[in-house]
Design a protein around this ligand. Structure first.
Ligand code: HEM
Length: 478
């Protein structure tokens, strides 16, 4: 034991020295690790930023990039994007082949984040017969006749929104967004335009919408993670509404009700089709919300901006609307038949969709080998139709940067204007979008004049092209 003590001491001493060394080494190591971890973090951040930039640039492809490539290579060029060949094409021949997609030649090419957010049953992921079936289902409620019942709601929301504009500084994009969200929420599930449910709906929708062009990392805190969480919360809300409708607690005359009635009893619907499951219903309701909201918001904002920049167009448009007011003998408000007879306003909308091209390219995937304009396309390739250059082709639209609704006085050549697309994937929501925009514009131009507070033409790098500064204006009564 005697030996043991000094030994022990010696050992302790050794241990102390080695512990000191250990602590020193450990400190050095930790310092190195700390420095290294910062380097790692920086590398990860820059890769993250780079990847996000790349991801966004691939989703939102810069028109300047397209223009340069087209000048160098002509109507078609191939690029390696996100690990696969992507062909970029322009021209009427390409539009015709890609958008009509005869004999199952192409399918819609929804990017990964979109697939996850909208779900596997979304119309945007369906092809062939399943796609046709889903289109039939939404065709009636979105037809001109089917929309008639929402006229009063849309009209009251437009006037209520505009009541708040008098003498105010307004961010047009935000106002348009709030208006179109109230409309689509009411049309789909009779959501009240204000209150707790509307707020919950709005905040979930915002998260879903901003997750759409994010990187698909399901890590807490990321836009994608928050979007997927908001999707679940939106679905929980829909589940509870569907349950109330099935119990007969609430009866409404909306889009959801039409699906529930058609798809609740028996194995097949009354027109002999297979029933939709609740999951299919929910994925497609979300699809309509996502496809219909940002697009209509952007179109309405660009239209107001173009009117502000083109006083002679505004004057002619205002004349059309003041005339229908003057023709009313009984002093009543806007009517359904008046809103469906606005030829100049429709030309202004078409010119807006041409000039702004809010969806700059339509993406397809080759389901077989084929040729376009003598260019070989191989099965599995992604093909993006560059709509910006189709809409700015000086052969069809002389002086293409000019905002000129008279371009639509005479019919255009087929596949040269694609504001709402063409073929089997043509926008099923265009009647609703036109209705919302015509009603809003009627009240706006009959009541107000406005002045832009900034001169800025930059475009937000999102999937749907919108004015980056949200178009701030000062509004005065006429
Ligand atoms: C001004 C507003 C709008 C514009 C400019 C617009 C434009 C378009 C375009 C160009 C397409 C075809 C894209 C392609 O071929 O790849 C499309 C498809 C679609 N739109 Fe719209 N849209 C608008 C409003 C709406 C609204 C209000 C809804 C729904 C309520 C809607 C629902 C859809 C859906 C579900 C599709 C996919 C159709 C399919 O794949 O069969 N859109 N839209």
């Amino acid at each position: 034991m005697a030996d043991q003590y000094p030994f022990h001491q010696r050992e302790k001493g050794k241990q102390q020295t080695s512990m000191k060394m250990h602590t020193k080494e450990l400190m050095n190591l930790m310092r190195k690790q700390w420095l290294l971890s910062h380097v790692y973090i920086e590398i990860i951040i820059s890769i993250g930023f780079g990847a996000t930039k790349l991801w966004l640039s691939n989703l939102t492809i810069d028109p300047k990039f397209m223009h340069k490539r087209q000048q160098r290579y002509g109507k078609a060029f191939k690029s390696f994007v996100l690990g696969r060949f992507t062909v970029f094409m322009t021209g009427r021949e390409a539009s015709k082949i890609l958008l009509t997609g005869k004999d199952g030649m192409v399918s819609l090419n929804l990017f990964y984040t979109g697939q996850q957010v909208l779900g596997p049953n979304s119309l945007l992921q369906a092809n062939g017969e399943e796609h046709k079936r889903l289109r039939r289902l939404i065709a009636e409620p979105l037809s001109i006749d089917g929309l008639k019942k929402y006229f009063h709601f849309i009209n009251s929301q437009a006037t209520e929104t505009l009541d708040r504009w008098s003498g105010q500084r307004v961010l047009v994009l935000e106002e348009a967004s709030s208006f179109t969200l109230k409309v689509i929420g009411n049309m789909i599930m009779s959501l009240e335009p204000s209150g707790e449910e509307q707020e919950k709906f709005r905040s979930n929708f915002k998260l879903i919408s901003s997750s759409f062009s994010s990187l698909p990392f399901k890590i807490p805190g990321t836009a994608f993670y928050n979007g997927m969480k908001a999707r679940n919360s939106m679905f929980a809300m829909l589940d509870s509404i569907i349950a109330k409708r099935r119990n007969g607690e609430v009866i409404q005359q909306d889009f959801l009700e039409s699906l529930i009635i058609k798809h609740s009893k028996g194995k097949t619907t009354f027109d002999g089709e297979n029933k939709l499951t609740d999951q299919q219903m929910k994925d497609n309701i979300l699809t309509l919300l996502v496809a219909g909201h940002d697009t209509t918001t952007a179109a309405l904002t660009w239209l107001i901006k173009f009117l502000g920049e083109n006083p002679e167009v505004l004057e002619e448009l205002r004349e059309e609307h003041l005339q229908i007011q003057a023709n009313r003998k009984d002093g009543t408000g806007l009517t359904w038949s008046e809103v469906n007879n606005l030829p100049y306003t429709i030309k202004v909308l078409n010119e807006t969709l041409r000039r702004a091209t809010i969806l700059p390219w339509y993406s397809r995937k080759a389901a077989q080998d084929f040729q376009i304009d003598g260019y070989n396309i191989e099965k599995g390739w992604s093909i993006n139709l560059d709509v910006v250059s189709i809409h700015h082709d000086p052969g069809t639209f002389p002086d293409p940067e000019k905002f000129d609704p008279s371009r639509f006085d005479a019919p255009l050549k087929t596949f040269s204007y694609l504001g709402f697309g063409s073929g089997p994937r043509m926008c099923p929501g265009m009647n609703l979008a036109k209705l919302e925009i015509c009603i809003f514009i009627h009240h706006l131009v009959c009541r107000y004049k406005w002045r832009a507070l900034e001169k800025d033409d930059s475009v937000q790098a999102t999937l749907v092209r919108m004015p980056k500064n949200k178009y701030p204006v000062m509004v005065e009564p006429l």
